[in-house]
Ligand binder design. Structure first.
Ligand code: PXP
Length: 250
């Protein structure tokens, strides 16, 4: 199968807020980053409101939703508090992720198969409010099938392990993980799920994920916010886009 058209790029601006919060000041402002990303060609803005508010805060989410013209992808844990905030903000998309306080970043995918009945009930009002609900999962077929059964519109496949293996130079293992991501993407697509991917993507590892034909959107944050220190946020986003588009065009 050939790749299907242009791949969307969602920019995760959480770590602009991390930098701001490190000094307890008002800058750098994540809203400014969202607007800059939009101007640089981002197709969406992703932000994760964590239970501990370690980066993005409630007021950031509301301000970003009000100011941007592109879709907002609201990432959160599947808690009652987050469901109420999502229903008040009505983002374009809600991406449910596992969340543990002690983790540095989102480790592993959501266990949809192990929490199926609760998650089916949890996402129903979000779907009724018009949000495209996405499950951030591993490529495990059981998680993909459970996501389809509960009525999620989208699965976002966790690329963190692939990214780590690639960065450590364990290229055979990275290729095996990529192959599992490819199989997962094809399986999800066959079940009628839209497929997204993200976590740990960089200029050096993005091409192989962008080449998976069923993947419609990548969500990328930490690397690009880091790269913005050196080359500026707009140019970093443009370079990522160029690398994604080169794969799809080829
Ligand atoms: N997608 C999801 C669901 C995530 O939780 C994250 C990290 O917050 C990302 C994408 C972006 O990952 P990174 O910041 O490593 O690019």
């Amino acid at each position: 199968m050939t790749a299907r058209g242009k791949l969307r790029l969602g920019i995760n601006i959480d770590h602009v807020a991390t930098l701001r919060n490190a000094r307890g000041s008002a800058w750098p402002d994540p809203l400014r980053a969202a607007l800059l990303a939009q101007a640089a060609g981002a197709d969406g803005i992703t932000a994760h409101l964590r239970e501990d508010r370690r980066h993005i805060r409630d007021a950031d989410m509301a301000a970003i939703k009000a100011a941007i013209d592109i879709p907002l992808n609201f990432e959160c844990g599947a808690t009652d508090e987050m469901q109420a905030i999502c229903l008040a903000i009505t983002p374009h998309a809600v991406c449910l992720v596992p969340e543990r306080r002690e983790e540095r970043t989102t480790e592993g995918g959501l266990d949809v198969a192990g929490d199926e009945a609760r998650l089916a009930a949890y996402i129903a009002p979000l779907r009724d409010a018009g949000a495209r609900v996405s499950m951030f999962i591993s490529h495990d077929p059981r998680q993909i099938e459970a996501s389809a059964r509960i009525g999620a519109a989208v699965v976002e496949l966790h690329t963190g392990l692939y990214s780590d293996l690639h960065a450590e130079g364990r290229l055979e293992e990275a290729e095996a993980e990529l192959e599992a991501l490819r199989r997962g993407a094809a399986h999800a697509d066959a079940l009628g799920l839209e497929v997204h991917a993200g976590h740990g993507l960089t200029f050096d590892n993005v091409a192989a994920v962008a080449a998976i034909p069923q993947v419609m959107e990548l969500n990328i944050g930490h690397f690009l916010i880091g790269e913005a220190v050196f080359m500026g946020l707009g140019p970093a986003i443009e370079e990522m886009r160029r690398r994604m588009d080169a794969v799809r065009a080829g």
